[in-house]
Design a protein around this ligand. Sequence first.
Ligand code: PEP
Length: 238
Amino acid sequence: MLLAANWKMYGSPSQLAAYCEELLPQLEGCAHQVVLCPPFPLLPQAVMLCAGSELAVGAQNCHWAREGAFTGEVSPNLLAEMGVSWVIIAHSERRKLFGETDDTALARAKAAQEAGLSVIFCVGETLAEREGGETLSVLQRQTAVLAGLDPQKLVIAYEPVWAIGTGHNATPAQVAEAHAFIHERLQELTGQAVPVLYGGSVKPQNAGELLATPGVAGALVGGASLDAGSFFAIIQAA
Ligand code: PEP
């Protein structure tokens, strides 16, 4: 299983130091892949603290160019050279608040893979789309761009937008249906099996049930990953 912590725009150097001090000893011998994605400025510290541990480091976004006149953007090659090994692409907050489209998300994911990063590519429907019976057609559209990616460096995160940060996780039946659909699509598009994570209000209390749902290869965790104890409880439930 892969368990990824998305800190979003939270955290500080002192919080990161305390977090690693608590979590890293607990992860010794851990059978799962665990990734911490803090904000950009904390990445060098995270890489340093996590060196030689079971905790890999990921970014929350990257640009599609190696370098250039792109003020405020971050190069995937720079991330790779710094020791970052994962990147989250197309998170729904990027899609909704920062104009991310299927095409720009694909460009970022391609560049990230070319730089040697593994990609957690997020897909998922809004509440209006689910209520309108459009869930599978949204997933069809969002995954359509993924054919050109390297399936060996790709993980999909199914994150229904209405479940992110709301405290209302999708039911195991909803997760199973979406995951089965995404698995089939990725097999068709890339010719290989690609792991699919669930994300959306995962917490210690629901992690066991969600992670035991057929087709679930792990979780992308936002709010509950900010506390080392809660995140470790989720890892233990896997
Ligand atoms: C996320 O940010 O990807 C996420 C799933 O957030 P939360 O766990 O807080 O719903």
